[in-house]
Design a protein. Structure first.
Length: 364
């Protein structure tokens, strides 16, 4: 995938109803076209691509620097695809309370498709926890959208908020082959700046994760004695202080981890009650006792029609927007009855575009 940097400053307000209704129809039509032509798995691969996602948002009415593109595009896509019952794709979750309802929505789709929902629910939960607890970058997840197919492919689009800087950070995932959720798992992370952060899912943090698994196999009392020694000899560069932790609670969590017989780092992360502070404490023990320092590299990489919702780069042209929707729906209606003339015309246009503007490698 192309690499680059974008800015996602938080904007006030929201898309007006007249625009969101059009976004829903246009986003749904574009998604349906891709799914029918390329398959649901290919659509998920594209939606997990930060550059493609950003371009998709621009097409339906967001300017390039609008933070609302993540939440609003996912919402429009969810509504737009819900009205097309025969497509093999589910869009679950959303912002705030809708994100917390993701497991129930996954179960409803899985029941209708007569498939097991457990792996999807666990993956959804784990992706949210990883971005909240293993990437300690100052952003708290407040939006979570999980998309999946009956054949097992899935994608995640979620967004975090930094209240102090008033900025957002988007995290994207895709169920690619040989994916390891705990080693450089993201298809992209988009933010306006990068810094030294505690990155426990970097490939360079492999030894840190292994050390944590070894540490929690010790007697809980020994674990606390080790922690107290560590807390007295913290290096100048550190990511947690004794004041950040309630030692009684930490002792209780250490005991829970020991008694859970965690055999993998995933077991540790999945244990109820284990959050960012406990994981940071384990990382510090790994660094100072096991000489296995974690990575501090920020994985954020990406930064970067019809006009924009706030009038930039120009106001949305409603007539042009509606004609685009009508054209796409005409293509889809004809394709459903076997008339592929207009769909094939789009394909020829795409081939012309690739010839005139060949793809290049490198930063975007």
């Amino acid at each position: 995938m192309k690499r680059g940097i974008t800015s996602l400053p938080l904007h006030t307000g929201k898309a007006p109803r007249w625009l969101f209704q059009r976004m829903t129809r246009l986003a749904g039509a574009i998604a349906e076209l891709v799914i029918r032509e390329k398959g649901a798995a290919e659509f998920l691969r594209r939606i997990a691509d930060p550059v493609w996602f950003q371009a998709f948002g621009c097409v339906v009415g967001f300017d390039w620097h609008s933070s609302g593109v993540t939440t609003t595009l996912c919402g429009a896509l969810k509504e737009g695809l819900a009205s097309v019952s025969d497509l093999p794709i589910a869009v679950c979750g959303g912002k705030a309370a809708r994100g917390r309802a993701t497991p129930e929505e996954i179960s409803r789709y899985s029941s209708a498709w007569q498939i097991d929902d457990r792996s999807f629910v666990e993956t959804s939960r784990m992706c949210a926890k990883i971005d909240n607890s293993l990437l300690q970058d100052g952003f708290s997840i407040y939006h979570h959208t999980f998309m999946f197919t009956p054949s097992g492919e899935w994608a995640v689009v979620q967004q975090g908020l930094n209240g102090e800087s008033k900025t957002a950070r988007r995290y994207q995932w895709f169920s690619r082959d040989n994916l390891d959720l705990f080693s450089d798992p993201h298809s992209g992370i988009t933010c306006d700046s990068r810094a030294d952060i505690l990155n426990l899912v970097a490939s360079e943090s492999k030894d840190t994760r292994a050390a944590a698994v070894d540490f929690v196999s010790n007697d809980p009392d020994d674990m606390m004695r080790t922690w107290k020694r560590v807390a007295l000899s913290m290096p100048k560069r550190h990511y947690i202080t004794p004041a950040d932790l309630d030692e009684r609670r930490l002792s209780r969590v250490f005991r829970i981890l020991h008694e859970s017989d965690s055999e993998t780092y995933r077991d540790i992360v999945g244990t109820r009650g284990v959050g960012p502070k406990t994981l940071a404490a384990l990382a510090l023990v790994s660094e100072l006792v096991y000489e296995a320092p974690p990575s501090f590299s920020d994985p954020a990489r990406f930064s970067f029609a019809h006009g924009g919702k706030d009038g930039h780069p120009f106001p949305v042209d409603r007539k042009t927007y509606d004609r685009t929707i009508e054209s796409l729906h005409l293509c889809l209606d004809r394709a459903r009855i076997g008339d592929r003339e207009k769909i094939d015309a789009f394909r020829r246009l795409s081939r012309y575009d690739e010839t005139a503007f060949p793809k290049t490698s490198g930063d975007a």
